[in-house]
Design a protein around this ligand. Sequence first.
Ligand code: HDD
Length: 715
Amino acid sequence: MKNKQQNKAAASEKDKQLEGHSESGENQFLTTNHGLKINDNQHSLKAGERGPSLLEDFILREKITHFDHERIPERIVHARGSAAHGHFQVYESMSKYTKAGFLQDPELKTPVYVRFSTVAGSRGSSDLARDARGFAVKFYTQEGNYDLVGNNVPVFFIQDALKFPDLIHAVKPEPHNEMPQAASAHDTFWDFISLMPESMHMIMWVMSDRAIPRSYRMMEGFGVHTFRFVNEKNESHFVKFHWKPLLGVHSVAWNEAQKISGFDPDFHRRDLWDAIENQNYPEWELGVQLIREEDEHKFDFDLLDPTKLVPEEIVPVIRIGKMTLDRNPDNFFAETEQVAFHPGHLVPGIDFTNDPLLQGRLFSYTDTQLIRLGGPNFHEIPINRPVAEVHNNQRDGHMRQTINKGRVSYEPNTLAGGCPYQAKMEEGGFTSYPEKVEAKKIRGRSRSFFDHYSQAGLFFRSQSEPEKKHLIAALSFELSKVETVAIRERMLLHLNNIDKNLTEEVARNLGMTIPESSFNGHLNGSIPADETPGNFQSIPVKQSDTVSEALSMANTVKDSVAGRVVAILIANGVDTSSVDIIKKALGAKGASGKLIAPSLGPVTGLKDQILTAEASFFNTSSVLYDAVIIPGGNGSIKILSENTDALHFINEAYRHCKTIALEGAETLLRATYLKEDEGVILIPSGDITQKVDAFIKAVAGHRVWDRELARKVPS
Ligand code: HDD
């Protein structure tokens, strides 16, 4: 009961903070920022109708000045993103492992704000760039904000935060000509990577289909670093965080991604927005891998190394709660642009480890907000404000919102009764886990960080055949854009330490042979130069044939079509009752069908019923849909089979391995490249009612990637 009241209080407090001028208000006069009612918003003040504008026009100056300052610096990384509100609930108390308040009570709903992003592109870049995706969750807990600032990939490129600026400089557009935008397929990125063996595992992930998700709703999320859970008895467990999407993990094809970037660069943003507007609320389960303190050194990699994952087969992921996103933001700038995440926003019960990448991040995020949001008071922006009360002696600074009362802004004090005073641990005061540290100062890394290839190999081996082909194609694409041959050669040497077959295929696509290992320059992360030269031989390569099923998307959940969009191709003469049946069947499963015709506007069906085309071949493309269905009706089928745009639409959907169903459409089928497989569903005229469920089931399977293996379509 208490928690319910607290939930309500927290939610309404958050709403109050977010309130502002709203569009639907009645009796609202236009005013200046100082509340003066404006009488004329059409004309600036002039000396006569044809005369010069007057400096006196404070209304013009206020409006233009505000406009001139509308932009703030975009995020240095993760500039392109979209976000939504929601809540998190734990399934059962995790008190055995952590005292974190929001992980104790299954009744407690903790508000969250979640921002998904790409990493490399600018704010206006396409959602479909090949890239890792940011997955940042802000929990507004009653003990303060907790941020889990992760990615959709469980590992990272580098082991030490000192290399982060180098990595980002290398991947961003090249500085002399600002090209290419939101793309890693260029020399500086691969030059850097080819000198950073530690990045090979992450390279496998970003060259895989994980880097071109179908939807933010269909991505896994990972905290990446090893963190700690700490319980009331101050006992610690290592913890790895996972977000598991209930819709499964799905991606698009690379050829498709490139086209989506042209047809709808907001594809992921729109998908998230539409799903929430249509009440297909995206859901993820929070998973944890828990490792006892005493087991820290039982792995053949270092838990502090962010380029390694803990295979789920070794430490299972326990699903401990669910997050649901159920409200779109009201204002993109105020919320999504101004939200400030920070891995250092912690609550009691969760703590850091000494992962050197995490340690550097703990400095970087506050620092970046100072410049991006303009000063030290960014925590007062509504989207960043905690629902927990804030009391401290910090004051003043740019854009201070709080009006601190009284004369005391120091501690200890007597004049304010000693307030605000420190909280003891049992009162919820945060204390750091007292990890023993005894060491010499050193710039270096542990030898336990030196195995750079084993998990890259594990990832590649664990992929399905179509996934492997996609990865090879992606590497071939990226490296073919690299002009400097020596960089490509170095990459082939690295790949050869991961998988021989992979390397041979990439080399063949590049028209190259795999060079002898001959590089003697500085390779970051190889065994130090005083022991052996920094070349490829000095990096240990372990042979293994283990696989991890969890790493392949082929093993994901395939039982839902919620939020999927199906293209329904129609023309005059279409059987409108078939259209009706399809739309209803899709709607019943949370999917939608969009009517696409040779032109926009009315389409006359059988029995003269009129349908309205929602899109036409002029303004849409098959790449924007999950599947295609062509309802019967002889007239419609005849028109479509003679329409080259319609044929291209169907052929392209086939190429991208989508499910295609055709009702009574043999003529149309013959005019396309389609060959029958489980994703090409032929429905005899009039049988749509019986067959529509089989079609929807096939759509839930997402793609018939095996079509590529049969060499019916290119991968
Ligand atoms: Fe970072 C933003 C995730 C390493 C420095 N990072 C940012 C965001 C995400 C991540 C999801 C976007 C947050 C949002 O939506 O506003 N970053 C990661 C992950 C990392 C990582 C999973 C490795 C495991 N990051 C990392 C390092 C540094 C940074 C090593 C610096 C030393 N990251 C930043 C940043 C950003 C940022 C420059 C840009 C905007 C912001 O922080 O608020 O400070």
